[in-house]
Write a protein that binds this ligand. Sequence first.
Ligand code: PLP
Ligand code: SF4
Length: 345
Amino acid sequence: MPGIHSPEALREHFRLTPSEKAWREDASGVPLGITEHYLSLIDGQDPTDPLRRQVVPTAGENITLPYEESDPQAEEGHSVTPRLVHRYTNRAAFLVTDICPMYCRHCFRRRFTGNLAGPACSDEIARAADYVGSHPEIREVLFTGGDPLTLDNSALKSVFEAFRSRRADLIIRLCTRYPVSDPDRIDDALCAMVASFSTAPVFVLTQFNHPRELCLQSRRALDRLHRFGLQVFNQTVLLRGVNDDSAVLAELFENLLGCYVKPYYLFQCDLVAGTGTFRVPLCRGMEIYRELSTKVSGLALPVYAIDLPGGRGKVNLGTAVISPAGEGFVDILTPEGARVRYPDK
Ligand SMILES: *Cc1c(COP(=O)(O)O)cnc(C)c1O
Ligand code: SF4
């Protein structure tokens, strides 16, 4: 497996900064992994390269701030079977695997990602599919993880089959960062297999965070998905030192739209342990979003959203009621009327 998967290989490839050198691998953190493809997009001479920031760990990851948690979305508490998270009445997330070809240093699901438990076994797949089969109020299921495309096509096909055989009407979202991390995985065989489950829509959800990730191979992958009739949506994470600039985001979203990809969410970086160096203060995020909305078309503009701690769910920051609460905190009013305290720093 080419690419970088050990601290030694990392040291060999990059001239590490003091903070990168000081990073310590620990069991609760995200494993090290950079694909050959993504490596080829990184400017090795620039220690502040926005792509390098996303995949080369720094000592900041070893620091947990007082308001950070390992599972801020309380997914564990909302798990109804070992791999199925049912947090919203009409949709559920199935954690197909905890493995990714490349590990994002800002990963919000680090309680799960990279535990190396591997793909769900057939019993876990059947239990999750049975649950969805017997809960008709669930209209959509997200296949996520980890990255589901780490499964080979036949294993992935059996996951689709398990859910489709019970629910022909189920809308499926295939969540994957492969168009960014290893776009050649998106070949005709994969697209044809996914597109064959067409009794109800199958959407692809991906995560481009910077315009330079939209390289030739990525564009080819997106074009292929489009040709097979698979509509792609993008979720970007707002990250300090990566894309906390309205001009960078405008370029990203306009270029994605040009590849038939609808920018869906711009996420405020979650309060996950070890991600403090990536977080953009909320007030700054709102400012960036306001600037962005004057620059791009309505189609190119994603919803700026936050996933509230304690598993309280996603809130649209464009319409949320936010009030100062002192000492670097704000109160955010949820659609249900609850008040949630959130750091603005
Ligand atoms: C984000 C999320 C969803 C999907 O939410 P949308 O706002 O519809 O994109 C579903 N389930 C879980 C557990 C989620 O975290
Ligand atoms: S691809 Fe998703 S699950 Fe995998 S490391 Fe990145 S953010 Fe985490």
